[in-house]
Design a protein around this ligand. Structure first.
Ligand code: ATR
Length: 280
């Protein structure tokens, strides 16, 4: 049996073991998938120990994605672009880092939600790790413009600078991005509004101009829950045509990791349905 795990702190609520168990069953892969919740200072040691014990790979979640990236010997271009890894593959030549978060979001938007990104204006709310992880993939989706709006405007600008300097995103692509605060949004409409703030976890809603919700074709929250998140409830109350939470992204990023490890692409639709019904 090949061993995999998800590592994070805290880790108790991670749905990844459930998702990968469903993928493994459906595709007939002989593997186990555990949870690792080391103390923050023991992250690197826990990863290396898991590898020495015969582990084949890891998913990585908060707050370790940057440290996972730093631990790897080589990486995919999508991990290199954001300087963070949510997937480690233990190879004979060393640890390989990948980041499937952006691809997971794009697959959820385009396949599960049937939303076409090409030529659209997108409002990405937040400028922390979650926003950074998905911004290059959104830009790849041939969007027309992405406005990164953050409570602290300087962090939105710093994120764009980071992606240009450290991430190596070409200037002609970055020219399609604007960074600003909530009170300085360029005029919409934005076809897609994505909440990538961590405030969502505590039920705090970013103070966006209220008009953006009613103009959007789709309002998306990267967080998910049993019920619509407070952000999505507000969007619905203010006239959003469609809303979606991040459960689909969670399943899709897992599928991309599974594929990297096992070279088999699992069917995600049935897993998403099962997970949704378990949540409810
Ligand atoms: P993560 O890795 O989850 O993105 P992070 O790097 O700590 O976490 O970033 C948190 C993001 O959520 C930031 O964009 C933060 O805004 P600031 O940069 O202004 O702190 C945003 N955020 C957190 N709580 C928020 C709130 N109540 N309203 C608006 N934005 C919030």
């Amino acid at each position: 049996m090949d061993r995999y795990a998800v590592v994070g702190h805290p880790i108790g609520h991670s749905r990844s073991p459930e998702i990968h168990a469903m993928f493994a069953r459906a595709t007939g892969q002989a593997m186990t998938y555990e949870r690792l919740g080391p103390d923050p200072e023991g992250f690197e040691e826990a990863v290396l120990r898991f590898r020495e014990e015969g582990g084949k790979g890891l998913n990585v979640t908060l707050p370790f994605k940057e440290r996972a990236f730093a631990l790897a010997r080589s990486c995919s271009s999508r991990a290199g672009a954001v300087g963070a890894a949510n997937t480690l593959d233990f190879r004979a030549e060393g640890i390989f880092a990948d980041n499937t978060d952006g691809a997971g979001l794009i697959r959820d938007l385009t396949r599960n939600l049937d939303f076409s990104l090409a030529g659209q204006d997108v409002l990405l709310v937040g400028a922390g790790g979650a926003a950074r992880g998905v911004l290059p993939a959104l830009l790849d989706g041939s969007v027309s413009r992405i406005v990164v709006a953050n409570r602290t405007p300087a962090r939105a600008l710093a994120l764009l600078q980071y992606l240009g300097r450290e991430g190596g995103l070409p200037q002609e692509i970055l020219h399609r991005c604007v960074g600003c605060g909530f009170d300085a949004l360029p005029p919409g409409p934005y076809a897609l509004v994505i909440n990538a703030t961590s405030g969502s976890l505590e039920g705090e809603i970013p103070a966006l101009p209220e008009g953006v919700y009613g103009e959007a074709m789709l309002v998306y929250d990267m967080v998910y829950g049993k019920e619509p998140t407070p952000f999505l409830k507000k969007a619905q109350a203010l006239g959003a045509r469609r809303t979606a939470d991040g459960l689909g992204m969670l399943v899709e990023q897992a599928a991309e990791s599974f594929y990297l490890w096992r070279q088999v692409y699992p069917d995600t639709g049935s897993v998403l349905q099962q997970l949704r019904s378990r949540l409810e």
